[in-house]
Design a protein around this ligand. Sequence first.
Ligand SMILES: [Zn+2]
Length: 293
Amino acid sequence: MNIRKIYICENCRKIVNVLDELLFVEEKSTRGFCCELCIEQFYTPVIQFFEDIENNCRKEMNLGDEDCLECANGPEKMFHALKRPDEAWLLSNELGDNYYSFITRYEQGNETIYLVVICLVYNFRPSFVLLATATKSLELLSRFQIGEQVDEVTDSLKMTEESDESIKGEIDEHVMNMVELKKSVLLSWLLERRTEDDVDIEMFSSYQHHERLTIDSADEIYKWQDAEGDMMFTYIKAHEHDGESFYYLVICILYVDDEGGQFALPVLSFPSRDPKLYDFFKKGERVIGALKN
Ligand SMILES: [Zn+2]
């Protein structure tokens, strides 16, 4: 075997040969990770650090049980907080590590709640959340106004959102939540049926780039209805990589936008070497021709 380019996962030190197989969460950083799990593990001490700071501040200010804290658990509100922050703060160091704090005001009755998200940013988008919390206290809020206040990031975030031509940018939160629910159902089917010698789940992210190719030039497409009556599609394509053959499956939901345009939105995609699993997802009727995606 010829030695090709070498890249190392910052967390587990696994060596990969293709840059595309590494995941990045920080701008201008050479830190790459082989899978989502490695990202989580690597940043766990930072998450812990911000959690401790929050807990200590709340103790000090007697704010341990603010009722607005549940706002920080609502994915819809947090999603909004990340997409359109009212304030952005940036804490940098000499090594080029950048921690962003996004603050969004949220009116509830006659009270103002501040949603705070401390995160990493990649490609002008929040890429990894280190802390998400909510408070009505300006004193506590001031502790999360870390580093320098920045305008550019807020503008860039808004700009990317507005110029985002991908269909995902136009889909409302309700649809995204529905997709998440369907994903968890499909994932449970997958976990129930997969065999031990199939592709390791931790490796799934390194196959992610096959999703596009599978949708664009599927060998087979099947159309079926799920339990909620939604129209689903299974796109299947056989691939070969480094002498290994596998199928890549992309399960999509049919999404119809306000203008009546039809799109197949990916819900779950995964590689498999198991023909039985492949057969299971070959549901409904085979359709000819691909949907525009
Ligand atoms: Zn790794």
